[in-house]
Design a binder for this molecule. Structure first.
Ligand SMILES: Cc1cc2nc3c(=O)[nH]c(=O)nc-3n(C[C@H](O)[C@H](O)[C@H](O)COP(=O)(O)OP(=O)(O)OC[C@H]3O[C@@H](n4cnc5c(N)ncnc54)[C@H](O)[C@@H]3O)c2cc1C
Length: 481
């Protein structure tokens, strides 16, 4: 007979962990929670020794039908928090209201103000470092002081005081009880000094709660439904097929695997698995005259909002700019060869929002249903129009920077953010989950994470994913009260 729980959560990344945290704060002492995670708990020493964040090869869990468009996923306890770059921006108020403000795209079914308090909580849990000034309204300061700019960032801030900011980042700028200070050596996906927030170092304690049973190596293959409700999930653990039942089922398996599980369960909706998207990244290397780079105190140091909010969004994508304070990683050879000028070079990423297309999809592989299959036809014309303006944007930056030449300007293979595929909205005909991430049809099924994002926003997604999980959990208890 299947075991019975109050709540089953699938996945231990940002989406599942922040939901569980808030649920445990509100739930009675008698609550029984089962968390199912497909991967193992790969400890940090193992990750460092093997130079990878997961013992599962991503090629074993999804098939990329369009390999020129890269998607990253890191299965296992903590999900992609193990390998994220820790850029921790909020979305801008306008990102939630593209249709109302600019006549394009889709409005999100909530506003920035609805999420603001949840943003603050997520930032507090992750101990985000960030500046005192901000391009968006904030009710609380960042928990930790900002990182030091690189010299080019400092020039940009001086020239564009309301357009350039220190990076909001989940890499500690000062020591915290659980994390060290960022060493800024550029080996950042695994963060050997554990300065970066991960579920493993920041939220592992919630999985020790006596109300919680965490089952690793448990791959969920379906939501079991009965009488128009979710009854539980089916899963494989150590090769054995099992089932667990619950009052409430929560999917937090990411925008790649939430639709995969739902499609395998026989769920149907015209949009299920569609609108897979992420930001369009353009990576630029600039040579500077007499200005030294790579001297900030973390890997991502600057955030540019010069081309983000504004009437241009009626015509083309908004852009957020990040500056990368290390020559390693994306650009091997990002050092100059001239004597004494090795670091008079700057690396910038321009990130453009996208209006998701129905022909970008996640489906179930016909050859092996255990594999998700990603297909990416392309970015929207809206995003492409924005990206075509990068040369003009560089001209604008040249007002503040002594740019000698543009060394490279390349389309990045990925911004490493998987979004869309189980979109939220108020109308069941045009969305799959409602504004509280509850499935329109199965009212005791929640589908968390960036799968719900109706549009891309140039911002990094994970703080918004976390805030949405807190918002969804709060609603659940508010609705019951
Ligand atoms: C290299 C890299 C850099 C990034 N940098 C940033 C950044 O700087 N800022 C930012 O905001 N975001 C960044 N991201 C994106 C960020 O990591 C994701 O937005 C975030 O992890 C999504 O959280 P999630 O909980 O929805 O999904 P995930 O973190 O992917 O977690 C999903 C969990 O579900 C589990 N799972 C999946 N399928 C099943 C199944 N069938 N059964 C059981 N369990 C399952 C997985 O193993 C995983 O633990 C980066 C990502 C990568 C890969």
């Amino acid at each position: 007979m299947a075991s019975r729980y109050d709540l089953i959560i699938v996945g231990t990344g940002f989406a599942g962990a922040f939901f569980l945290m808030r649920y445990l704060e509100r739930a009675p002492a008698t609550a029984r929670v089962l968390v199912l995670e497909r991967g193992a708990r790969d400890p940090k020493p193992w990750q460092l020794e093997h130079r990878r964040s997961s013992s599962i090869d991503p090629a074993q869990v999804f098939h990329n039908k369009t390999p020129e468009k890269v998607w990253f996923t890191s299965p296992g306890f903590g999900g992609n928090s193990k390998c994220w770059m820790a850029g921790a921006t909020r979305m801008m108020p306008g990102d939630f209201q593209l249709r109302t403000r600019y006549g394009v795209g889709i409005d999100w079914p909530m506003t920035y103000d609805d999420l603001e308090a949840h943003y603050c909580t997520a930032e507090q849990v992750m101990l985000i470092s960030g500046p005192a000034d901000s391009p968006m309204p904030r009710s609380k300061p960042f928990p930790l002081p900002p990182h030091r700019f690189s010299d080019p960032d400092a020039l940009l801030k001086r020239h564009f005081p309301d357009g350039w900011y220190q990076m909001a980042t989940a890499r500690a700028s000062v020591p915290t009880p659980t994390r060290g200070v960022c060493c800024a050596t550029g080996y950042c996906e695994l963060c050997p000094v554990d300065a970066k927030f991960t579920v493993q170092n920041g939220l592992a304690f919630i999985y020790e709660d006596p109300r919680v049973t965490l089952q690793l190596n448990s791959e969920v293959d379906g939501v079991v439904t009965a009488g128009g409700m979710a009854a539980g999930v089916s899963y494989r653990q150590d090769g054995r097929q099992q089932q667990a039942d619950a009052e409430l089922v929560v999917l937090g398996a990411s925008a790649m695997f939430n639709p995969h599980i739902m499609l395998r369960s026989g769920m149907t909706h015209a949009l299920l698995g569609k609108r897979l998207h992420e930001q369009l990244p353009i990576d630029v290397v600039l040579d500077l005259k007499g200005v030294k780079s790579y001297n900030g105190s973390t890997i991502l140091t600057g955030l540019g909002y010069l081309f983000y909010e504004g009437e241009h969004r009626r015509d083309h994508a908004a852009c957020m700019i990040e500056t990368r304070n290390s020559p390693f990683g994306y650009f091997m050879g990002a050092l100059r060869s001239e004597e004494g000028r090795w670091n008079e070079r700057m690396i910038i990423r321009f990130l453009f929002d996208d209006l998701p297309r129905d022909d970008n999809t996640v489906t179930v592989s016909r050859d092996d249903p255990r594999m998700a299959e990603a297909y990416f036809a392309g970015y929207s014309d809206y995003a492409e129009r924005g990206a075509s303006l990068v040369p003009k944007m560089i001209d604008k930056l040249a007002e503040a920077l002594p740019i000698e030449r543009v060394v490279d300007s390349l389309r990045g293979q990925t911004s490493a953010h998987i979004q869309g595929t189980v979109v939220m909205g108020n109308d069941p005909a045009t969305s799959i989950v409602d504004r509280h991430l509850i499935h329109h049809q199965y009212r005791n099924l929640l589908v968390l994470g960036a799968s719900a994002f109706p549009t891309a926003s140039p911002a990094y997604p994970s703080v918004t994913i976390s805030a949405l999980s807190l918002w969804a959990a709060d609603h659940l208890f508010g609705a019951k009260a």
